[in-house]
Design a binder for this molecule. Structure first.
Ligand code: SAM
Length: 166
């Protein structure tokens, strides 16, 4: 759902609070082929175009050892998104849905995430496939894909299981 200022039937706009809490560091910039939100894929694909994630100094020092991982999780700030739509209507049928049931870019904190394939580390940049964001999107974080890690502790009796009602 890509819109600029339209509010559809079934949607709810809220008044945003005046103050914010966290101070994020934009640690880099993402370079992609897309300059128009309508042209961006809805989700990145592993066979999508190679994009460049540029890390700014001094955070580029943190790229040490990253080449050990074939897949990375990238977090970015969807800087052109509106932040005040708590009910959204992805289709034009007037049926609103809560923002937290959607992967819409319009969120209170417009953080996007993608699992990307690492193609190459090139100086202070990562060449990756699997992104879906606009050229110039600010970078928040990069970490190894969590599925590459084994759980730290074996499951134990009494642990919560997906599907538990309690
Ligand atoms: N993969 C991420 C996720 O699931 O968290 C983002 C998914 S979101 C549906 C992707 C869409 O966000 C793109 O198709 C584009 O319309 C929009 N978008 C991409 N970059 C953006 C940016 N910097 N600011 C605002 N919207 C953006």
């Amino acid at each position: 759902m890509v819109r600029l200022n339209e509010v559809r039937p079934g949607e709810l706009v809220i008044d945003l609070p005046a103050r914010t809490d966290a101070e994020l560091y934009f640690i880099g910039r993402i370079h992609t082929p897309w300059t128009d939100r309508l042209a961006c894929p809805r989700q990145g694909r592993p066979d999508g175009p190679t994009c460049r994630i540029e890390l700014f100094a001094p955070w580029d020092r943190g790229l040490d050892s990253i080449a050990e991982f074939e897949r990375l999780e990238v977090l970015y700030w969807l800087h052109e998104s509106r932040r005040d739509l708590v009910m959204q209507a992805p289709k034009s049928d007037g049926n609103g849905r809560g923002v937290f049931s959607l992967r819409t870019p319009a969120r209170p904190n417009p953080i996007g995430t993608s699992i990307v394939q690492l193609v190459e580390v090139e100086g202070s940049s990562l060449l990756v496939r699997g992104l879906d964001c606009l050229d110039g999107t600010p970078l928040i974080d990069v970490k190894p894909d969590r599925t590459l890690f084994k759980p730290l502790a074996p499951a134990q009796a009494g642990d919560f299981q997906v599907g538990d009602k309690s």
